[in-house]
Design a protein around this ligand. Structure first.
Ligand SMILES: Cc1cc2nc3c(=O)[nH]c(=O)nc-3n(C[C@H](O)[C@H](O)[C@H](O)COP(=O)(O)OP(=O)(O)OC[C@H]3O[C@@H](n4cnc5c(N)ncnc54)[C@H](O)[C@@H]3O)c2cc1C
Ligand code: SF4
Length: 464
C-alpha cells in the first residue's frame, strides 16, 4: 500500500458500551478492537524513519516496530516488540493520555487524525493475554544483587521489572493488601479491569519478584534498616502521592463527606458496592463531587454506578479550564453527570444526626490569569445557593504522605514534602532511589513507569 493510500484510511473508532446501560454497571466502557479493525488501523501507520511518536512516549516504545508487525498480522511479534520497553502494555493501552503524548506527535495528526496507538497497544496486549498458554518464563541468571522496592504502583512495578531482567533479587513492599497502587485502588474497574492489573503483576511474580503485602515501610522497617540490617543494596521509593487534600470548610467532618481517595478505595479495593463487603456500603441519592480532574470524573462516574440518582461535578472555573482528559469529560456527560461550573463550595450543612444534607455554594466569575495561566475564579457577591446532597466527594488532588520523610531524616525532600531525586532517580542518600508521584507530585502512569525504569537502570549501573 502506498503512503497516499494509507492516508485515505480513516482512524478506526472504538466500539463502546451504550452510555445508558454502562452508567449502572462496572464493566469496561470501551470494548476493544477486533483483529480485522486492529490490522486496518495498523495499516495507517507510515513507518516513519524518524518516528516522532516515539519521542512522545516516556518509555520510548518502538511504536512503528510493533505496529508494523500488527499490520502483517504477526500478533505475537507485535507483543514481543511492545513488552521490551513497556512492562504494563494492557494498562497503558487503557489509561495513558495518548492524545497529549505519542499520538499528539504522530505525523498524521498534523493534517488529520493520528494513528490510534493506544488502542493498538491495548489490542496487542489483550490478544496476547487471551492466547497465552501456561509457559515457564525463564528466570534471568542471578547477579547476586538484592534490591527493595517500596510501593507497588506503576513506578515500583516498572523498576522491579527492569531489576528482575538484570538478575536482581527483588522484594516489593506494599502497604495495602493488594499490589498495583492507584491502578487497583484509584482507577475504577470500568476504565481498567482489575484482572488485567493482576495478570500483569503475575508476570512479575513469574520473573521472581517477591511481594510483601500489608507491609508499611517506615513502620515495619525504616529505609535505613532495609539497607543496613535486611541486606538490600539499593532501595527504590515509589510510594506515590496518595495523601488527600481537603476543602478546609465548615462541616467537612459530617457523615457523607469523603475524600475521593477514600471513596474510590472503598469501592475499588474493598468492594463497598457489595453487601458482604468488609467496609460499610456506600449508599445515597444525590452526590456532589468537587474538582474537575480525572479523579473527579472517576468519582462522579463511580457514584452513578453505585446507584446515585443525581451526580454533580462542582467546579469553580469554566469548562475550558477543566483539567480532566476530554474523553473522560465526554464519557461523564454521556452517562448523565451534571456540571455545575463557576461554583465553589463554602460550607456543608448537616442534619440532627450529623449527616450531610446540603452544600452551600457561591457563584464565581473569571478574572485575570493566575500563576498557572488559567483565569482566576473570583466570587460573585451575594450569590450563595444551596445544593441538597447526601454525599460529597472532595477530589482536589493529593500530596505526599509524610511517613518516609519523617522516618528517614537524611532523605532530602522539597518544601512540599516530595523526595528530591535527579533525572535518573538517584537521591542524595547513598543506596536510595526514588521516582513517580513521590518525586514529581501527581502525574501519569507512564511517567511513573518511565521514572521507575530509569531508576532501575541507575541502580544496575551503580551496583554492577
Ligand atoms: C483516581 C485516579 C485516576 C487516575 N487516572 C489516571 C489515568 O487515567 N491515566 C494516567 O496516566 N494516570 C492516572 N492517574 C495518575 C496515576 O495513577 C499516578 O500518576 C500513578 O499511579 C503514580 O504511580 P506511582 O507508582 O508513583 O504511585 P502509586 O500508584 O500511588 O503507588 C504507590 C504505592 O505505594 C504504596 N505505599 C505508599 N507508602 C508506602 C510505604 N511507606 N510502604 C509501602 N508501600 C507504600 C501505596 O499503597 C501504593 O500502592 C490517576 C490517579 C488517580 C488517583
Ligand atoms: S509518527 Fe505516526 S505514522 Fe509515523 S511511525 Fe509514529 S505512529 Fe506511525
Amino acid at each position: 500500500m502506498t503512503n497516499q493510500e494509507k492516508m485515505k484510511i480513516p482512524r478506526q473508532p472504538m466500539p463502546e458500551q451504550d452510555p445508558l446501560v454502562r452508567r449502572r454497571n462496572f464493566k469496561e466502557v470501551p470494548l476493544g478492537y477486533s483483529p480485522e479493525t486492529a490490522v486496518l488501523e495498523a495499516s495507517r501507520c507510515l513507518s516513519c524513519p524518524n518516528p516522532r511518536c516515539v519521542t512522545g512516549c516516556p518509555v520510548h516504545v518502538d511504536i512503528p516496530g510493533f505496529i508494523a508487525r500488527l499490520a502483517d498480522k504477526d500478533f505475537p511479534g507485535a507483543y514481543a516488540s511492545l513488552i521490551k520497553d513497556n512492562s504494563l502494555p494492557a494498562v497503558c493501552g487503557r489509561v495513558c493520555p495518548q492524545e497529549s503524548q505519542c499520538e499528539s506527535k504522530c505525523v498524521l495528526a498534523l493534517k488529520g487524525e493520528a494513528v490510534a496507538i493506544g488502542r493498538l497497544e491495548r489490542f496487542t496486549a489483550d490478544r496476547h493475554r487471551a492466547e497465552a498458554k501456561e509457559e515457564n518464563v525463564p528466570i534471568p541468571a542471578s547477579s547476586g544483587k538484592k534490591a527493595a522496592v517500596v510501593g507497588s504502583g506503576p513506578s515500583g512495578l516498572a523498576c522491579a521489572y527492569e531489576l528482575l531482567k538484570a538478575g536482581f533479587s527483588v522484594t516489593v513492599f506494599e502497604a495495602l493488601h493488594e499490589p498495583g497502587g492507584v491502578l487497583v485502588y484509584g482507577i475504577p474497574e470500568f476504565r481498567l479491569p482489575k484482572d488485567i492489573v493482576r495478570s500483569e503483576i503475575e508476570g512479575l511474580k513469574k520473573l521472581g519478584a517477591e511481594f510483601r503485602l500489608d507491609s508499611l515501610v517506615g513502620r515495619l522497617y525504616t529505609i535505613d534498616e532495609l539497607l543496613k540490617e535486611e541486606g538490600y543494596q539499593a532501595v527504590f521509593i515509589g510510594s506515590g502521592a496518595g495523601y488527600p487534600k481537603f476543602l478546609k470548610i465548615e462541616g467537612e467532618t459530617l457523615n457523607g463527606v469523603y475524600s475521593s481517595n477514600e471513596f474510590l478505595t472503598r469501592i475499588n479495593l474493598m468492594k463497598a458496592y457489595r453487601e458482604d463487603s468488609v467496609t460499610p456500603p456506600i449508599k445515597g441519592k444525590r452526590a456532589a463531587v468537587f474538582g474537575a480532574g480525572n479523579t473527579a470524573m472517576d468519582s462522579a462516574r463511580t457514584a452513578l454506578r453505585m446507584g446515585f440518582e443525581e451526580v454533580f461535578i462542582v467546579y469553580r472555573r469554566s469548562r475550558d479550564e477543566m483539567p480532566a482528559r476530554a474523553e473522560e469529560i465526554h464519557h461523564a456527560e454521556e452517562e448523565g453527570v451534571q456540571f455545575l461550573l463557576l461554583s465553589n463550595p463554602v460550607r456543608f450543612l448537616g442534619d440532627e444526626n450529623g449527616s450531610l444534607k446540603a452544600v452551600v455554594c457561591q457563584r464565581m466569575e473569571l478574572g485575570e490569569p493566575d500563576a498557572s495561566g488559567r483565569r482566576r475564579p473570583v466570587p460573585v457577591p451575594d450569590s450563595e445557593f444551596e445544593l441538597p446532597v447526601d454525599t460529597a466527594i472532595v477530589a482536589l488532588g493529593t500530596e505526599a504522605n509524610p511517613l518516609l520523610r519523617q522516618t528517614t531524616p537524611d532523605l532530602p525532600c522539597s518544601e512540599r514534602g516530595y523526595i528530591i531525586a535527579d533525572e535518573d532517580g538517584r537521591t542524595k542518600k547513598p543506596g536510595v532511589y526514588a521516582g513517580g508521584d513521590i518525586v514529581t507530585g501527581s502525574a501519569t502512569v507512564i511517567k511513573a513507569m518511565g521514572a521507575g525504569k530509569k531508576a532501575a537502570q541507575a541502580i544496575i549501573k551503580d551496583l554492577m
